[in-house]
Design a protein. Structure first.
Length: 299
């Protein structure tokens, strides 16, 4: 897909979002990708600049008041089990589940840690960041065994990669068809430069694996500063929705990372862009807004 092109099967009219996700109309709404952290409590080696401060539930809720439930995705704290326990200790009633970190590359040695995380009441999935790993890591027998152990543990996998890693991820996941997987952030496509066809081809190849879903999330940091958000991201979101279908797609804000970079963006605003612009029917909106996430994470 070249930047600006849209699949013929989907409408191309761009509307200004009405902000439906910024007000509570009683409908269920699950944000499938939220980060919270507090560097005064746990250690986060990667935090820098304005991200290096606490980002906590009250601040998120004020910016997305219509959200009725959210999935907290691990934020790289030094202690995996500590991060799960800390998230559960906050007493936020909208917390539906935690996607925790686990070192899946350790293969069978990760089984004990997975069992401990599985026992944690709110653990609903596992993420092991792969976005900065070399392509050769996707052929690591240890990672494959770790994913198989994850499947046996009954937990799904959040795959966070970059677009050039899509083909390698597809080859890896084809060897673990029993593992439910969700692709974070559309694999961070080249929104700033445009697609030469590789991203769309590789995304559709991944979507051909029936166990894989996609999060419509994480796009704002991929834009150039001069790009207008809604029209810039819409063609990419449309391709992902067309490839996976609404029953394998879920909305996620990626707060607070996508709220800061490269522009200020409230999580409720992103949810509205996705739901108001993409959902072609009430049934499709229901899938994107909560049903897919609820089914995938078992919440």
């Amino acid at each position: 897909m070249n930047q600006g092109e849209r699949p013929a099967t989907l409408t191309t009219a761009v509307r200004v979002p009405a902000g439906a996700a910024d007000k509570n109309d009683g409908a269920r709404l699950i944000d499938s990708h939220v980060h919270i952290w507090d560097p005064t409590v746990l250690e986060y080696s990667w935090l820098d600049g304005e991200l290096d401060r606490p980002y906590l539930p009250a601040e998120y809720q004020a910016a997305a008041p219509a959200v009725t439930g959210f999935i907290f995705v691990e934020a790289g704290a030094a202690g995996t089990t500590d991060e799960v326990a800390w998230a559960e200790s906050l007493g936020w009633p909208e917390l539906l589940g935690v996607v925790a970190h686990a070192p899946l590359e350790q293969g069978s040695r990760v089984v004990t840690e997975l069992a401990a995380l599985r026992e944690a009441s709110r653990t609903v999935g596992i993420r092991r960041l792969l976005q900065d790993e070399p392509l050769s890591s996707f052929e690591d027998p240890g990672l494959l065994e770790g994913l198989r152990a994850l499947a046996r543990a009954g937990l799904p996998f959040d795959a966070c990669i970059r677009h050039h890693q899509l083909a390698a991820l597809t080859a890896l996941l084809a060897k673990v068809p029993e593992l439910p997987v969700v692709l974070d952030h559309l694999a961070k496509p080249p929104v700033a430069t445009g697609d030469d066809g590789t991203w769309e081809r590789d995304l559709r190849a991944l979507a051909a694996l029936p166990q894989v879903s996609v999060k419509l999330s994480g796009m704002p940091p991929e834009l150039r500063d001069d790009q207008d958000l809604a029209p810039a991201v819409r063609p990419w979101l449309e391709v992902a929705l067309d490839a996976f279908g609404a029953d394998r797609a879920m909305v996620g804000s990626d707060w607070p990372i996508s709220a800061m970079l490269p522009r200020r963006l409230a999580p409720g605003r992103w949810l509205s862009i996705v739901l108001d612009e993409l959902a072609a029917s009430p049934a499709e909106r229901e899938q994107l807004s909560w049903r897919t996430a609820s089914r995938f994470y078992g919440v």
